[in-house]
Design a protein around this ligand. Structure first.
Ligand code: PLP
Length: 426
């Protein structure tokens, strides 16, 4: 099939993320991807400033990850995880537990970030049932959150966000206002008050609080003060409520710490990871839980955790995950992220004088430009592509989450592309 035929079939028959089929947005045919670059069928090379939706931390097609997948493929590609186990799953669980916050003891593998969130919520409900607190059937969260696109995950995301139209099938959870004090700002104790009051009012209904630690991604693109998480840990403990950290976006070094929980120095009871777990190579997610959560669930009725995806702990994905976690131990990723952070801070500050720019903010390898007028995504993609960069705006935010191996001249090009996009008339 040549490129023209491929694009025609795609346009006629393929549904892309958040896209229309009547008037589909343009798509770029990819020929290959390596390191920071995606090469299109016509030879155009783009710097992947989004790490392909935030997961390609070591860059595309890292030879070590490719080798690990190929080696596993020679042995077996898939086997059901009920009644079987295998080395890639065991090694990955061990590597993961060696890097998660203190107290995590059990790993449950899932297919994607959204499914990990579903599993975490089910664990919390089963935990409370097993602990004899059967009134605790819902969760609490904060506004401005994003936890995925499946029904359970949508119900936990910002209730005023993009999933409103599905209200009819979504569970009703409790939401406190967004944390206000920014990361690096002076902590305002009043910031936690609304959550404390919500937990006081509804504590008997709430099995767990779930939130994205420090960085609210897809629905807010903002960084908040880690003290909020310390207060939340205390407030949950006082009421027998579990605390779930959704580290799907923040995990694996994205903010400069391996997990965002480290900024607060607190451990959750349950945590979700995904995206960067395989270095971005194949879909895989995991839920880690404390021994107490696992033991309580296992000693209640029906004595087991009620979830079991077909492709649970897929050996190819686990092999990729092992290679990725080993890579983290072998190069100075912290130094790379620190360098990206200081360059983004320096260069994005220059965009603040542009008339359409409201704010710029950076933490770790995340750089956000908040615009006054929401740009038209296709127009942004056109201008950034001219600069040799791949970016996709989200609402009023232009943002970059580049692979950690991105070189300084590439970061400069990303910032130049963002400046061009910010200057667009909407
Ligand atoms: N949780 C968070 C914090 C996310 O950012 C995302 C995806 O962006 C998800 C969950 C859902 O992950 P997935 O798209 O793999 O289902």
């Amino acid at each position: 099939m040549d490129t023209v035929q491929l694009l025609a079939f795609d346009r006629a028959h393929l549904w892309h993320p958040y896209a229309s089929t009547i008037n589909p947005p343009p798509v770029n045919p990819v020929a290959s991807a390596r390191g920071t670059r995606i090469t299109l069928a016509d030879g155009t090379e783009l710097i992947d400033a989004l790490s392909s939706w935030w997961c390609m931390c070591h860059g595309h097609n890292h030879p070590r990850i490719v080798e690990a997948i190929n080696a596993q493929l020679e042995k077996f590609a898939q086997v059901m995880f009920a009644g079987f186990t295998h080395e890639p799953a065991v090694r990955l669980a061990r590597l993961l537990l060696e890097s998660t916050p203190a107290g995590m003891e059990q790993v449950f593998f899932a297919d994607s970030g959204s499914v990990a969130v579903e599993c975490a919520a089910k664990m919390a409900i089963q935990y409370q049932l097993a602990a004899g607190r059967s009134t605790r059937q819902v969760l609490a969260s904060v506004r401005g959150g994003y936890h995925g696109d499946t029904a359970g995950a949508m119900a936990l995301s910002d209730p005023d966000g993009m999933h409103q139209m599905f209200r009819g099938i979504l569970a009703r959870h409790h939401f406190a206002p967004q944390p206000v004090t920014p990361f690096g700002g002076n902590w305002d104790p009043g910031d936690f008050q609304p959550m404390e009051e919500l937990l006081d009012r509804h504590g008997n209904e709430i099995a767990a609080v779930i939130l994205e630690p420090v960085f609210q991604g897809a629905n807010a693109m903002r960084f908040y003060h880690p003290q909020y998480l310390r207060e939340l840990r205390r407030a949950c403990d006082e009421r027998g409520i579990l605390l779930i950290f959704d580290e799907v976006a923040t995990g694996f070094g994205r903010l400069g710490k391996f997990f965002a929980a480290e900024f607060a120095g607190v451990s959750p009871d349950i945590m979700c990871v995904g995206k960067g777990l395989t270095g971005g190579a194949i879909t895989l997610a995991a839920v880690a839980a404390t021994g107490k959560v696992a033991e309580t669930i296992s000693s209640g009725s029906p004595g087991k955790f009620m979830h079991g995806p077909t492709f649970m702990a897929n050996p190819l994905a686990c092999a990729a995950g092992c290679a990725s976690l080993e890579l983290f131990r072998e190069y100075n990723w912290q130094g790379r992220v620190r360098a990206i952070e200081s360059q983004l801070k320096r260069e994005l500050a220059g965009l603040r004088n542009l008339p359409n720019v409201r704010d710029t903010r950076v933490l770790g390898a995340v750089g956000v430009v908040e615009l006054a007028r929401t740009p038209e995504p296709e127009a942004v993609q056109r201008v950034v592509k001219e600069t040799g960069v791949w970016l996709r705006p989200f609402g009023p935010w232009l943002y970059t989450m580049p692979p950690f191996i991105t070189e300084p001249d590439e970061i400069t090009r990303i910032v130049q592309a963002m400046a061009k996009a910010a200057a667009l008339r909407s």
